[in-house]
Design a protein around this ligand. Structure first.
Ligand SMILES: N[C@@H](CCC(=O)N[C@@H](CS)C(=O)NCC(=O)O)C(=O)O
Length: 202
């Protein structure tokens, strides 16, 4: 299995999940500004949409979309620790969170990354994110992770996206439980290893 990733991008969620699941894989770094691979070849040949993550399975098939890839990776872990079993009621909140993080967090942040985004749009996105952060802060008052006391693929995704606050100069000081959660997730050995491999830790 190969994971095409870019440093600190949303692909980090899949990277973390793969390491949490203990799966064998080859990380392949993509230069996003140039859309090139380490050998200089064109990343659009791998993904015509031009974005990471791409997960290439051993049969050569290539797949995209963070929320879908996290489900695939979670299901490879036979203990169902990262994603409860198909058909179980415990799976539903995790799937709900994957969709929520994708549409309500990931895509709002996408506007903040663009230099061309108008100030009014930027403000709207920040206001929306503030509401989502407040909700997570409340949710984390009684539990270590988003769906209870165990880490799931939803935490890999939430951590990755909220971590962008560090790059965009957005403070989480108003959300102490969320801030503590970010430190808790960052301290997990699999997360430390993913951050180190991506060059985000010394
Ligand atoms: N719909 C995709 C979006 C992935 C995405 O936004 N990837 C960004 C990095 S976080 C990217 O590679 N952008 C570069 C580009 O679109 O050229 C998903 O959910 O996986």
């Amino acid at each position: 299995m190969k994971l095409y990733y870019a440093t600190g991008a949303c692909s980090l969620a899949v990277h973390i999940a793969i390491r949490e699941a203990g799966l064998a894989f080859e990380p392949v770094k993509v230069s996003l500004p140039a859309h090139t691979l380490p050998d200089g070849s064109d990343f659009y040949q791998v993904n015509p949409r031009g974005y990471v993550p791409v997960l290439e399975l051993d049969d050569g098939s290539r797949h995209t979309e963070v929320a879908a890839l996290l489900q695939y990776v979670g299901d490879q872990d036979a203990s169902h620790r990262l994603l409860p079993a198909h058909g179980s009621s415990a799976r539903l909140p995790v799937l709900g969170l994957l969709a929520f993080i994708s549409s309500e967090l990931h895509k709002s942040f996408s506007w903040l990354w663009s230099k061309d985004t108008a100030e009014s749009t930027r403000q709207t996105c920040q206001d929306k994110l503030a509401k989502r952060f407040a909700e997570f802060d409340q949710r984390l008052a009684d539990s270590d992770y988003l769906t209870g006391d165990g880490f799931t693929v939803a935490d890999a995704y939430a951590f990755t996206i909220i971590n962008w606050c560090n790059f965009l100069g957005m403070s989480l000081a108003a959300y102490p439980k969320l801030q503590a959660y970010m430190a808790r997730v960052a301290a997990r050995p699999a997360v430390q290893e993913a951050l180190r491999v991506e060059g985000l830790l010394k």
